[in-house]
Design a protein around this ligand. Structure first.
Ligand code: IVH
Length: 684
């Protein structure tokens, strides 16, 4: 709102009623159906507008106004739980000034201008949960609800794998641990992708997915959702005097009892360090693997916390310092159709440019026509765009209230926008495909880009733009043509000097030496990703055996089901694919082949061991190191915990290394890794 002047009472009343109705509906969408139609930031704006009107005209404030209620009403189907200690919320700081004000207020409350140490945490975007333990056994789990009363969701929470059912170590007889249940981004994307394919419920964001999964009446459904719990504090504790006197030390206890505590947890000694934490976490935000919407700062000294107390529903000793919102509203100006490597035609939304969490977004994927139908999105609509993690921005919902009368339906073209071949949609499949195959320049370009990409042949310097130039100039038609490129052809291209041309040719030459797994992945067989390619390579050992494998033989390989097996058989049945492979081998593309590892998984030398790789390796890439360790039976995960057996630390290793050191986890440098691989005959 730009106009801050007060409206007349009559128009204020009309607007307040309108806002109350809207907010009621949005509340219901959010809490009852876990599917909001507007972004949080927009909700907050409307709520603030209503608060301002009600503040100016208190007679407008009805007891059931959305301003009078925070949190959800428990569903009748779950048993109600009264929280012995209210589950509070947090005040927000929206910018650096507000955060500095918070810090100054802490100093005022403490009665001293000395530095105040703060525990710094990410603000996880999930659902708050209280876990009650008696004699070390999980006896009850509850949602936050309205803060005083929540829902008993014990059956559901028991299905979350990292929630301890029994505590470890020395714990108070009665103990309530509070924290956030959230859905990590990879699980969220996978879940939604599957839901899209199978016509299930697609969640707008990981938080709704977490909240929705926790409120399933059938805990078997919850059990299938990839949820995690992370502890951030305590509720009732039978023997409070036994606790340490700082929050940071309490976190160490919580970890010792068997809970996950956030990896980013840090102690800041003063305002500058706290601000640095905010900046550093903000920089890492999109690479964390889970969604956060800010940082939380809490006074470390528990006696001081006690002294500072609460106001309304939030403690005075804590604050949520928010990051820019990852969801924004904008207008859908049009839809383009892009052709992928396998001919799949993807509708791409052209948006009125909008800044989303620091990046201007003007395109978003619409996945396929089913998704367009599900969203009921039309050109001209106001849509909610979301940008999170490394995934392409998505449209999560349409603000139907704002649909213009001339909003136009979106239609799949009948002909490929690139090669004009017929577009077909296979029965039972969500995607439409261009039937042009290699006639279609778009498919050829995408196939070559895939072939040269990092996880495939990894041809450095052969980027997307250059591949497009090469195809457009008719210098290459298919992947094997790359190996016949001449220096003069390259230098004739725009923006290509003799030095860069040499570099590209050298990179192409170097890429000839590869691995069977990379080669298989590079071929771009439908549904054969890095992991499947790796599994195929280690199971069969030789390309020829894979090419000759029957459907049944393929089904014996880990991770390969009916559909993938069919794609593999079809791929190798195609004469032009066989001839491409011959051409590639004739051009000098090679890899080492060997008899497959026949040992059962449990007999592999590193079976049962969990490893983490961090920092920069010089002799091999992290992906290759990971593959080599996996081939020896190790499980390779992304974060260090008490369950980690060893950490491979390359150069410039950071927080994972310090964490491993503090947990006493074994650390291997790159030489030790090479020695380990050599010892077990792995690829070094
Ligand atoms: S502490 C007394 N710490 O944010 C303080 N909350 O607005 C109570 N949240 O309902 C909360 N990450 O669901 C705390 N590291 C964190 C958090 C966190 C996320 C959520 C929590 C709570 C809401 C408060």
């Amino acid at each position: 709102m730009t106009d801050h002047s007060l409206p007349e009472f009559d128009s204020a009343q009309t607007r307040a009623t309108e806002l109350q109705q809207l907010l009621h509906r949005y509340n219901q969408e959010y809490y009852q159906y876990d599917s909001p139609s507007i972004p949080d930031a927009e909700y907050d704006r409307l709520l603030r507008e209503l608060q301002q009107l009600e503040a100016a005209y208190p007679e407008l404030q009805t007891p059931d106004s959305p301003t009078q209620r925070v949190g959800s009403t428990p569903l009748s189907a779950f048993e109600e739980v009264a929280h012995e200690r209210p589950m509070l919320s947090l005040d927000n700081a929206m910018n650096g000034d507000e955060f500095a004000d918070f810090y100054a207020r802490l100093q005022r409350l403490a009665g001293s201008s000395n530095d105040i140490a703060l525990v710094c945490e990410p603000k996880l975007d999930g659902a708050a949960v209280s876990l009650l333990y008696e004699q070390g056994q999980l006896v009850r789990a509850a949602t936050r609800g309205d803060g005083s009363r929540g829902e008993n969701i014990t059956a559901n929470v028991r299905t979350i794998k990292n929630v301890p059912l029994t505590l470890q170590g020395d714990f108070p007889a009665r103990l309530e641990v509070r924290g956030e249940v959230y859905m990590p981004l990879n699980g969220f994307e996978r879940y939604n992708q599957q839901a899209r394919e199978q016509g299930g419920k697609v969640f707008a964001n990981p938080r709704n997915a977490a909240a929705g999964s926790l409120r399933q009446l059938d805990s078997k459904i919850t059990a299938k959702r990839p949820l995690e719990f992370c502890a951030y504090g305590l509720g009732v504790v039978s023997d409070e005097a036994s606790l340490p006197d700082t929050l940071f030390a309490v976190f160490a206890c919580i970890r010792d009892w068997g809970f996950k505590v956030n990896d980013e947890l840090t102690l800041a000694n003063n305002l500058t360090e706290a601000q640095a934490f905010y900046a550093q976490l903000g920089a890492k935000r999109h690479g964390l693997g889970y969604e956060i919407d800010g940082t939380v700062f809490k006074v470390n000294d528990l006696a001081l916390q006690q002294q500072m107390g609460f106001v309304a529903r939030a403690p005075r000793w804590a604050i949520a310092y928010k990051f820019p919102a990852v969801e924004q509203m904008t207008r859908l100006n049009g839809v383009d159709f892009q052709v992928g490597r396998t001919g799949a035609i993807t509708p791409v939304a052209r948006l009125a440019p909008v800044a989303v969490a620091g990046v201007t977004v003007s395109n978003a994927t619409l996945h396929n026509m089913d998704e367009i139908e599900r969203l009921d999105v039309r050109i001209g609509d106001t849509v909610v765009v979301r940008r999170a993690g490394d995934v392409i921005p998505q449209i999560v919902s349409v603000v139907l209230d704002q649909r213009p009368e001339d909003a136009a339906a979106i239609q799949m073209p009948e002909h490929c926008p690139v090669c004009d071949s017929q577009v077909e949609r296979v029965e039972g499949e969500a995607v439409a495909r261009c039937t042009g195959g290699l006639v279609c320049a778009a498919q050829r370009k995408e196939a070559i880009k895939h072939f040269a990409s990092r996880k495939a042949l990894d041809i450095e310097g052969l980027g997307d733009k250059l591949i497009e130039q090469l195809v457009d100039a008719d210098l290459i038609d298919a992947v094997d043509d790359l190996f016949h490129l001449q220096h003069e052809q390259l230098v004739a291209l725009e923006r290509m000097g003799p030095k860069s041309a040499d570099n590209v040719l050298a990179a192409i030459e170097a890429a000839k030496q590869t691995t069977l797994a990379r080669f298989l992945y590079a071929l771009g067989i439908r549904e054969v990703g890095v992991v499947t390619a790796q599994n195929l390579a280690s199971y069969f050992g030789f390309l020829q055996r894979i090419m000759d494998a029957s459907h049944e033989q393929l089904l014996a390989v880990d991770d390969i089901g009916d559909i993938v097996a069919r794609h593999i058989v079809n791929f190798f049945a195609e004469p032009h694919n066989r001839s491409t492979i011959e051409q590639l081998q004739a051009a000098g593309v090679t890899w080492q082949e060997s008899e497959p590892q026949t040992a059962a998984a449990s007999e592999l030398p590193l079976a049962g061991q969990t490893a983490v790789i961090t920092g920069t390796l010089t002799a091999m890439s992290r992906d290759d190191a990971k593959a080599a360790l996996q081939a020896l039976g190790a499980k390779v995960t992304g974060s260090v915990s008490a369950k980690t057996d060893f950490l491979v630390a390359g150069e410039k290793a950071g927080s994972k290394l310090s964490k491993a050191q503090s947990l006493g986890v074994e650390i291997l440098d790159e030489a030790a890794l090479q020695a380990l691989l050599a010892q077990h005959g792995g690829q070094g």
